[in-house]
Design a binder for this molecule. Structure first.
Ligand code: MN
Length: 241
């Protein structure tokens, strides 16, 4: 039923998409044409101040993330197959995507998934991790300070653009996973608990070349309640994006 609805939506919006393609990509993304959509930020753009400034949040979400969604919808226009399964399943089966659009789906689908997760786990007030995640961090890394140390070091080592993730393996253990570009551990069949974006667009306005300062400050906006919800879902294999 869901598949039928998505197909219908795509056919129904084809005319809108054709019209919108004459406009800017940003406008196209905002029309909602295509199977993928940009959700609003789950909090005000200044919520992560002073660690992540409001302008960076607005540009990062409203332009960078919007562009990934837009590009993914463009790829879907002639390849309805893209809208036929949830994004995480699409990313976990990139080999089944036609050659001509595989790189576009990898980059823009990865970008869509990564940023969707990213907004969700920020907007908090940092501090010590809570709940089951606190215990899992102790078991997997020794303590929270060691996780931060290893995570920030991995983020500093990403050459160019990429991400640092913490994934949840099948036994509930947490694993540090750096990735280049917009790649996601979801592409390797793994579940992402949290991650930080180390593309320059994520921090350059405030931190310029000081990526280590950004990495350190970022922990102050992590929403541990949101991370705990993700962990609960991951432990029963239900964490999608
Ligand atoms: Mn980004």
């Amino acid at each position: 039923m869901q598949m039928f609805t998505r197909r219908t939506l795509m056919i129904g919006t084809a005319a809108v998409g054709a019209y919108a393609s004459f406009r800017s990509p940003y406008v196209f993304a905002q029309t909602g044409a295509g199977p993928f959509k940009l959700d609003p930020l789950p909090y005000a753009a200044d919520k992560n101040e002073p660690h992540i400034d409001k302008t960076t949040m607005e540009i990062h979400h409203g332009r960078h993330h919007a562009t990934y969604v837009n590009n993914l919808n463009t790829a879907a226009k002639d390849n309805a197959i893209l809208g036929e399964k949830p994004l995480h399943e699409l990313l976990a089966s990139l080999n089944s995507v036609p050659d001509s659009i595989r790189t576009a789906v990898r980059n823009n689908g990865g970008g869509h998934a990564n940023h969707t997760m990213f907004w969700q786990i920020m907007g908090g007030s940092g501090g010590e991790p809570s709940g089951a995640v606190a215990t899992a961090i102790k078991e997997s890394f020794g303590d929270y300070a060691k996780l931060q140390e290893q995570f920030n070091a991995a983020g500093g080592r990403v050459f160019g653009s990429g991400w640092v993730f913490v994934t949840v393996d099948k036994g509930g253990k947490l694993v540090l996973v750096p990735k280049p570009n917009q790649d996601s551990p979801i592409m390797d069949g793994q579940m992402v608990l949290l991650g930080n974006d180390v593309w320059e667009h994520a921090y350059y306005l405030k931190y310029q070349n000081r990526r280590p300062d950004y990495l350190k400050a970022w922990w102050n906006v992590v929403n541990w309640d949101a991370v705990n919800k993700r962990f609960t879902a991951a432990k029963v294999g239900k964490l999608a994006i």
